[in-house]
Design a protein. Structure first.
Ligand code: IPE
Ligand code: IPE
Ligand code: MG
Length: 492
């Protein structure tokens, strides 16, 4: 199996982050060119009503226009001013610095050579600052308009390969008296350095094909003899052929959102998206220690708090735990009452923890069986945390058969003909993907009525450990066992 190593830094650079943050405060605006070269970011903005145009003339009079992180030429600024457009400038400060340097050379009467890709909008924006900009190739061609030994100024696109910049400046020096302000931006350079220093055999750059700095990172990897992959969507990540790769370094371009990076890494490391746990053995744990069963439940609750953190740190998006079954009502009243008040107490006490760690809390089970007090605590917590992505789902008064019967009755009421997909819509948490891995502690080898519909193709992991004794190392053993399995799901 391929070992995954994360190269630092990754995710959005400061310039892109600021551009996106600025854009997210706006509505009903036009953006000149892609705000940043990443289709996930662009998709999010399109969903918010952003319109993307290729020329300033495509922006209607009176509208607001956003200049992208790549910057624009002075001609575009003047056109926007002449047409009284409202301008929001999201130009990366580092790009703005290159514009200023080019302008400065031009003001001093020096010819200016721009290193980079003349087809890239950043290059074109910089070119607009000087009267007759030259590319590297033009400056060194026999037809160059510059006299041998002429003094000239050199600037570079911020996302170039730093080695190429150094080489091209050296080449120009063989013919001219070069003054250079050419350097790649820090975010780009640090990533390139990390890729060069990485000792593994392949590098995956997470970023769009349209992103110059992402492509360049892949080029840097290839130039140091490593295999290089570029993937901009989860479909592309899933399609990667990593056969023969022993250690894969994962990095990203400066316009790649952290959310995509985390999803991709989780997939590559074979970390399950959804883990469900039958937390069993609290009673026996207490009995072994000569304590009341309730003490076992308290100890189990503490373990659960830790497990929630450990799952979060490993990129697991959904954790569902079996806290109380429809069959557990037949336990002695004292134990049942003790459990119900433990649930209410803990959920109340942990409210700020859920908010701080951005965890969405949900309950699955028969709500009508719960006391009004407990239900109120649960529903308040559900409302408070509804906006968060990572989910913690607690099954209380839950039975797999009860859920299927409840869903079937709801479907009958709705009068829907049933298929597996339409039936799913009537389950307690229809939007939650099926558990990939179900763990049961305490040595019992049964499901005890847990997630009967949802676990049809789940992998199971059983351990003799009693729930209060469950450790981080045991969780990792379960995850390693899961990662090594071949989930055929009926295929070959
Ligand atoms: C699981 O532990 C927790 C709940 C059912 C609430 P148990 O209470 O079933 O513990 P054992 O199985 O008796 O040891
Ligand atoms: C399953 O455990 C229910 C929970 C963990 C909440 P039980 O202890 O109730 O299950 P059985 O009785 O061993 O099957
Ligand atoms: Mg039990």
């Amino acid at each position: 199996m391929t070992r995954i190593e994360i190269l630092e830094p990754h995710g959005l650079c400061a310039g892109v982050n600021a551009a996106i943050a600025k854009a997210l405060t706006l509505r009903d605006v036009y953006c000149l060119h892609a705000l940043v070269h990443n289709e996930i970011v662009i998709g999010d903005l399109k969903a918010l009503g952003f319109r993307f145009v290729d020329g300033i003339e495509d922006v209607p009079d009176g509208a607001t226009v956003v200049f992208s992180a790549h910057g624009v030429s002075p001609r575009v600024r003047e056109a926007a001013a002449a047409r009284h457009l409202t301008v929001v400038d999201a130009t990366c400060p580092y790009v703005a610095k290159v514009h200023a340097a080019a302008r400065d050379f031009a003001r001093r009467g020096l010819p200016v050579v721009i290193l980079g890709d003349p087809d890239h909008v950043e290059f074109q924006g910089i070119a607009g600052e000087v009267p007759a900009p030259l590319t590297f190739a033009e400056a060194l061609s026999p037809a160059s308009p510059l006299a041998e030994g002429a003094r000239l100024g050199v600037v570079a696109q911020t996302t170039m390969n730093a080695d190429d910049v150094a080489r091209q400046v050296a080449d120009l020096r063989t013919r001219y008296a070069v003054e250079t302000a050419a350097e790649v931006c820090r975010a780009t350079k640090e990533r390139q350095d990390a890729v060069r220093a990485f000792a593994g055999d392949a590098v995956l750059v997470l970023g769009s094909r349209t992103s110059a700095n992402s492509r360049r990172l892949a080029d840097v990897a290839a130039a140091t003899g490593k295999r290089a992959f570029l993937a901009g969507t989860m479909d592309e990540v899933r399609a990667l052929d990593l056969a023969g790769v022993a250690t894969l370094g994962v990095t990203s371009g400066a316009s790649t959102p952290e959310r995509f990076f985390a999803d991709a890494v989780r997939f590559l490391k074979h970390v399950p998206q959804h883990v469900a746990i039958i937390m069993d053995g609290n009673g026996r744990w207490a009995t072994q220690r000569g304590k009341a069963r309730g003490e076992g439940h308290k100890a189990g609750a503490k373990t659960l708090g830790d497990v929630l953190d450990w799952c979060g740190a490993r990129g697991i998006r959904y954790l569902t735990v079996y806290a109380f079954s429809t069959e557990n009502w037949k336990r002695p009243k004292e134990e049942v009452d003790g459990l119900m008040s433990l649930f209410a107490r803990i959920l109340k006490a942990k409210e700020s923890r859920f908010v701080e760690s951005e965890v969405r809390f949900r309950m699955v089970g028969r709500r009508g069986d719960l006391s009004p007090n407990l239900l109120a605590v649960i529903e308040a917590l559900e409302a408070k945390t509804a906006r968060f992505e990572r989910q913690f789902i607690v099954a209380i008064s839950y039975g797999g058969r009860a859920e299927i019967v409840d869903a079937a009755n709801a479907a009958i009421r709705a009068g829907e003909p049933l298929t597996e997909e339409t039936f799913r819509r009537f389950l307690y948490a229809p939007d939650v993907p099926d558990p990939d891995l179900v763990i049961r502690t305490s040595g019992e080898l049964r499901t005890s009525n847990f997630l009967l519909w949802e676990s049809a193709y789940s992998e199971y992991y059983f351990t003799d450990t009693l729930w209060p004794d469950f450790t981080e190392a045991e969780l990792d053993r379960a995850l390693a066992s899961y990662a090594a399995r071949h989930r055929r799901k009926g295929g070959v």
